[in-house]
Design a protein. Sequence first.
Length: 292
Amino acid sequence: MPRQFNARSVLVAVGLALFAVPSAWAQTADPKTADDAIVAQVEGKPIHRSEVLQAFSGLPQQMQKAGFETIYPQLVERMIQQRLLVIHGRKNNFAENDVVKRRLKRLEDAVIGEVYLNQLIEENLTPGLIDARYKEFLQQNPPTDEVRARHILLKTETDAKNVIGHIDAGKIFEDAAKEFSTGPSATSGGDLGFFKRGDMVKPFSEAAFALKSGDVTPLPVKTRFGWHVIKVEDRRSTQPPSFEEMKPRLLRDLGRTVAAGVMGQLVEKATVERFTLDGNPMPAPPKAPKTQ
């Protein structure tokens, strides 16, 4: 039986989470704006609403499901406690504590590595590289023709020809689909919406894309599903996303590629020895591709 969500248990877990790891509000905060309300004062030091929101966004998804307003009182209280621990820890000279210094050194190393990698990515992620990737995307995703069609699916060619006769005599296609079609789209008048050539089986696509808007197939079309009478309602050509629309995705994908490349180059130029768990020499992994 699925475990039910319990808001109270989440509130308890919030307290544990806030003390377990460096929290979101311990990171470098954005400058406070005039409308960033102060939600608490601790020994004269303010806690801003933005800090609480930042802390909430850093909680696990399961905790966030309770909702910000539900967790807010507990979250603020834990932040007050956290702030007091920092204040009193500094008063007791814990800034000089050996454990604190070791952990700060590890944190400093991690931040230095992250900032330096970001700088390397920015230096190598040139406008020309982004433009080239977008052109490559356009080549792989050219404008695509689509048609919007209705169809009537029947079991035999004779049945399909009879339906074509009804339509030629003036019966509305949509009504004919509702009355005669054996396919699941019968209830919507045979409407299939817009589709590309590759979305349908080949005989159906070839017949549909050969029609003009408003035309009905003069003869039934056979596929493995049965016999079809097809009407094209509309045609259009879909354009690929613009450069501005694609830019965030291009930057994200290229950033990963560039990061892998510059890291590979750093490793290639460095003196590195690798050993197995048994202490035996281990061959180097394959070289990463170059960024250019």
